[in-house]
Design a protein around this ligand. Structure first.
Ligand SMILES: O=C(O)c1ccccc1N[C@@H]1O[C@H](COP(=O)(O)O)[C@@H](O)[C@H]1O
Length: 217
């Protein structure tokens, strides 16, 4: 099987950045929204200048932002992709795409309207990300959903010609269950953190499990 793309999200300090930028991940993410993981583009720029991007796609995560906020972060960081993790109007994503051209990721919460929302955002989204739905929180909860139901998202994304990342509570302990449904990408924050910061042993353990599984299938 093909290894899924890996994204470590919620890098919020210099050490998180150092670890993630030296990891096996394909993408690293930054939360530019209200969160315990919130950081500022100017901070990320300092870490990026110090350590270098090391070939990682840099993804800025926003929740119901203004166009100006997203464009300002893109200007400072030259982001490779923007992840919209709220209930943004499709018109905002379309306007952003038209004006800037960066890759757009649309996060959608698992639930009965998720397939309909994927179709709705199809004209603007380049990548889909399905996350758990947790009342009172937009993301980064460490809570997973029933992945036996994720096949329909992966299939619909394939039919639309777009990759589908699965997120929400992924960790070294449960990633094998997720690999069994063969997602194009896996996104995680909490599962590779200890006491709220990225943990090298958890990152290495996670990667070993993914690489071992993929090489055996
Ligand atoms: O990580 C956050 O704090 C966050 C805040 C607001 C929106 C999205 C956020 N993170 C995204 O949540 C998922 C899963 O996180 P976890 O592994 O369950 O902790 C991931 O897509 C992050 O990009």
């Amino acid at each position: 099987m093909k290894r899924p793309l890996l994204k470590y999200c919620g890098n919020k300090n210099r050490e998180d950045y150092r670890l993630s930028s030296r990891s096996e991940a394909d993408c690293i993410g930054f939360i530019f929204a209200e969160s315990k993981r919130r950081t500022e583009p100017s901070e990320v720029k300092e870490w990026m200048d110090e350590f270098g991007k090391n070939g990682k796609k840099h993804v800025g995560v926003f929740v119901n932002p203004t166009l100006g906020e997203v464009e300002e972060a893109c200007r400072i960081l030259n982001l490779d992709a923007v992840q919209f993790h709220g209930e943004e109007p499709l018109s905002l994503l379309e306007e952003f795409k038209q004006r800037n051209g960066q890759e757009i990721w649309k996060a959608i919460r698992h639930g009965e309207s998720a397939l309909r929302k994927m179709a709705h955002y199809g004209p603007a989204a380049d990548v889909f990300l399905i996350d758990s739905s947790v009342k009172g929180s937009w993301g980064g909860t460490g809570v997973s959903f029933d992945w036996s139901l994720a096949g329909s998202y992966i299939k619909q994304a394939e039919q639309m010609g777009k990759p589908c990342f699965i997120a929400g509570g992924v960790s070294p302990d449960n990633v094998i269950d997720l690999l069994k449904i063969d997602p194009a990408g896996i996104d995680l924050a909490s599962g590779v953190e200890r006491n709220g910061i990225k943990d090298e042993r958890l990152l290495k353990n996670f990667e070993k499990r993914v690489f071992d599984y993929v090489s055996g299938h």
